[in-house]
Ligand binder design. Sequence first.
Ligand SMILES: Cc1ncc(COP(=O)(O)O)c(C=O)c1O
Length: 443
Amino acid sequence: MAAQLALLGGEPAVTLDHEYYSQWPIYGEEEVQAVTGLIRDHALASQFGGPGPITDLERMVAKTWGVKHALAHSSGTASLRSALFGVGVLPGDEVICQSAIHPFNCLPIVGSGAAPIFADIDPVTLTLDPVDIERKITPRTKAIMVVHWPGCPADMDAIMDVAARHGLRVVEDNCVSQGTTHGGRMAGSIGDAAAVSFQHGKSTSAGEGGVFMTNDTEVYQRAACLGHYERLRELPNPKWRAVSGFSFGEKYRMATLSAAIGVVQMRHWKERLDVRHANTDKLGAAIASIKGFSAPDFPDYFPSPYRSGRIVFDPSALGGISRERLLHALQAEGAQVSSPAQKNTLTPHANGLTHMLHKHPVFQGNEHGTGDVLWEVLGPHVTRIDYRNVVLPVTEDPEIPYYSIRVPSFTRPADELIEQYITAFAKVAANAEKLSGALAEAR
Ligand SMILES: Cc1ncc(COP(=O)(O)O)c(C=O)c1O
């Protein structure tokens, strides 16, 4: 007989402490040495390139992603801003992007003086839908801002095809998806330019920081002229090199201390990523072999269907269970599962706002006239858009991705914890018929 559900008074299946297995970032003595060494040597200046942590980090990123140029920045957001500048986005242009996303993806578009044009997402990958991108193109469109999720890249072949047919540039936001691959290529190395983040919570973690990258030497030089005043004397094209002693925007260089931490993190990055991937693949495959659960149906360019951290459930094989009920039962077992509906979460640091940028008061307006602020700051170059008419059926559907739940990713070898998760899922599957009644009573 199947063990009693924790929800019905049984023992929870997951008892190990998640903190150790999920610890991130993992900093240690190596980082301490790298940072204290720089302070002792009074070697914190970062502006000139040359030997040191900034150059080391740029080389490591360029090598890991297989790109020609990498330039360290103060943040991933700043790297995205340089990428847009590099590909030639100007005030008055339009840039197509997705709405269910962290605002930092969109802010550099507005910072460039361009209007964000929100396109819908694919219901399985939750990345930009190439068909809707094409619908949103106007004579003012200059670029497409693509986001990749961890383990879950956007459909880059189709997006690059749309871009080529319409003469658009593609910027890849690789800020949260370091190590995601697309048909064997690193996400971030496919479009015209990309950014990775080295902010504290990311898999390349260094407190704050970002790296801009590109294979296009012209894009690189132009991008460098936005925020890297002192680096311009190295540029190969005399046109851009002559900007040396001036520049066209903000001061975007990375702090040396962050770069030093980033270098140590990059040394361990691949081995830690492999641990994460081994864990997600093992956990996903084991759960998918339990009746009622399966792998998401991702396109072939995905390296593994489990690396998005999502598992699909079949309500008809689980007593007609809803996502909410399934989550409730698994959470009672101690499993840290959640809903993967990205747009269902809240915008960070803005209480109560849904995670859909096109619904934000900056775009929708409110009684304080916040919607007018956008046009005030963008100025007269930009053609006004009435965002109240923007309808994104997939983005706005709170149930998408249908019948999916999110499982955590573990940063350290976690075989024992994974076994406990498998037991939790098996228990819930075996008792699924009882769940509707049990949950009704539990309320
Ligand atoms: C999708 C996405 N893009 C860009 C960024 C910006 O990165 P950073 O915090 O390094 O500026 C973030 C930050 O969380 C993000 O989630």
